[in-house]
Design a protein around this ligand. Sequence first.
Ligand code: ASP
Length: 314
Amino acid sequence: MQRITMVIHGGAGTINREDLTPELEAAYLQGLQDALDGGYAVLQEGGSAVNAVKAAAVILEDNLLFNAGRGSVFTKKGLQEMDAAIMDGETLEAGAVAGVRNVRNPVELATEVLRNSDHVFLSGKGANDFAIKQGVKLEPDEYFFSQFRYDQWKAVRDSDNYNLDHTVQDLNEFKEKKFGTIGAVACDQSGNVAAATSTGGMTNKKYGRIGDTPLIGCGTYANNNTCAISCTGHGEVFIRAVAAYDVSALIEYKDLSLADACNEVVLNKLVKMQGEGGLIGVDSKGTFALVFNSAGMYRGVKSSDGTNETAIYK
Ligand code: ASP
């Protein structure tokens, strides 16, 4: 029997136990479980890996706790500019969007790009025009407002600093310890794999900064012959490491197992490049991996072998 597996993350970084009240910790774990259950239900009903990762990502995007969709961080100009990507490991088709505004679920828009456009990657106003054409749900600015994101931004907006949602640039100046970015990978009943990643990026980002999340091969990649990967961490380094594809290449060309390939990229290559973060992966047998070099990663996995876990710390 083909094993089905759903894996998710909600960002990785310096998660301090003392900063997380028991109530907040329970809310994060519940948010992760809801997304796991939502994605897994699609797999259980015979749905595709692409639909499962999309379903899980939408649930996380709708949750204010995570830096994606509704909970996205503020840019230098006080706006939300969101990035997302989705890839189908069976066909190698992919869809990605960057710098989109007021789109309720950027992962839905990325899926529209995958399914209903001749392109792979749309950005900015053009991507928003495509959202309107496809009838993707839009929301007013107020929908994306949360006091704690606003306060995070207020602390840095008059400086040139930018904050990764999971780690501070200058510990003395900012006491910011919130984490973000969401991702999902899945293996369905046919042994097809898929990956999706979505983010608001960095607090106070400017000049249209885009991270690894929507870049195919960097933050997101899927190939039935190797694996599906979704990353979270310091985007600039993950881009230079071509992190997601690197895991796939190690499996394809060096015959590494999924676990060994993930460990090599996250615990060796990225560490050497000072790239803090982690990734989740699954292969076409439903084998999974969750690896991070940071203090924690919001994460969860549910599989037909009986595994059903969510966790934050190591
Ligand atoms: N990788 C994301 C970015 O650089 C951020 C994150 O994962 O928290 O935009």
